[in-house]
Ligand binder design. Structure first.
Ligand code: AN7
Length: 355
């Protein structure tokens, strides 16, 4: 019996030889009993992708993507990133001994993610522009220099990310959840999970698919608009803005795939405000003991919004993918919380503040 992990499903993944791996996947599926009770949803779960080696679901895509880069004999790998992709690529490239270049939107990347990209030895370039601009530039860099591009336009990245859905079903004892909720930025993850579930259906392992539900930030919601206005082609947003910097993306490259995933499964897309995101980040931490970064809390904040609007049946079994660890963005946490109380080092002072 193989342990729950990305490579448990190796027959559904493209890597031929031994993968470059940091033992990714096998993340916990938590039953959100307290938040679920508040929302009247007894079967509400969160799959904590922050428990991956570099603290986000990106590790699932990078173990496959970087293994393929190595098999293809690539000399250098590169990506543009809102942070987590660069942190993950840097770590897997280091493991594989492949030089790595990452382009980040200057001033808009969470501290923990920059620390990871730097410490894992990537060439970290800050671009004076947003993520969408950085993505344009890394395309030009890779095409002109023969460097291997590992953003989620790279299909091998999505292959690895399929395993989120595989694991969730295994962890639910083979049951397919009624609804799978993911935060959506570049829309690679929701597209990847949908592809994997279609494969399980084609192979006869499952006989139905969950309603794929994408949640975006109110200040950066091109996919939500496309769903709500029934557009076939997405209208990009030129000035996306949200505290959830991981999903601050105006022109998602996988948008068309995400629209198929949502529509083909009777799913939906919704937007949540920064306040709703931060409130849910706090609730997950204080009511469930689960520490996630803001973008990750968006998926559960979206369920709260849809439930309050009566758009979710109370008996639905729902899995929210919470995509990155709290530690990724400590500055946003410090800004949200009361600071520590500093006292003189004596018991009297301590008792007086605890009273
Ligand atoms: C915590 C977290 N939650 C959700 C998303 C959205 O996933 P996609 O919809 O597949 O993009 C991201 C994406 C991050 C990057 O796009 C990047 O790191 O460059 C993330 O880091």
């Amino acid at each position: 019996r193989r342990p729950i992990s990305v490579w448990r499903y190796r027959e559904l993944l493209p890597v031929q030889g031994e993968p470059i791996t940091l033992q990714e996947g096998g993340t916990p599926l938590y039953h959100l009993k307290n938040i679920g009770k508040e929302l009247g949803l007894p079967e509400l779960y969160a799959k904590h992708e922050g428990m991956n080696p570099t603290g986000s679901f990106k590790d699932r895509g990078m173990t496959v993507g970087v293994s393929m880069a190595w098999e293809l004999g690539m000399s250098t790998v590169a990506c543009a990133s809102t942070g987590n992709t660069s942190a993950s690529l840097a770590a897997y490239a280091a493991k594989g001994g492949i030089p790595c270049v990452v382009l980040l939107p200057a001033g808009k990347v969470a501290l923990g993610k920059i620390a990871q990209a730097l410490m894992h030895g990537a060439r970290v370039i800050s671009i004076r522009g947003n993520f969408d601009k950085a993505l344009e530039m890394v395309h030009e860099l890779c095409i002109s220099q023969g460097i291997y591009l590992l953003n989620s336009v790279n299909p091998y990245r999505l292959e690895g990310q399929k395993t989120i859905g595989f694991e969730a079903i295994d962890q639910l004892g083979g049951e397919v959840p009624d609804r799978l909720v993911l935060p959506v930025g570049n829309a690679g993850n929701i597209s990847a999970v949908y592809k994997g579930l279609k494969e399980l259906e084609a192979l006869g392992f499952i006989d139905r698919l969950p309603m794929m539900t994408g949640i975006q930030a109110a200040g950066s919601q091109p996919v939500v608009r496309a769903i709500q206005q029934n557009l076939d082609v997405l209208v990009p947003e030129t000035a996306p803005e949200t505290v959830a910097t991981a999903i601050r993306i105006g022109a998602p490259v996988n948008a068309e795939k995400a629209l198929v995933a949502i529509r083909a499964t009777g799913g939906t897309a919704a937007a949540v405000t920064d306040e709703e995101i931060l409130a849910m980040q706090r609730d997950l931490a204080r009511k469930e003991g689960i520490g996630v970064e803001p973008a990750s809390a968006a998926s559960v904040a979206g369920v709260r919004k849809l439930a309050e609007e009566g758009l979710i049946d109370k008996d639905e079994r729902i899995v929210c993918v919470v995509t990155g660890h709290l530690l990724k963005d400590p500055e946003t946490v410090i800004r949200q919380c009361e600071p520590p109380i500093e006292i003189d080092a004596d018991l009297h002072s301590l008792l007086s503040v605890l009273r």
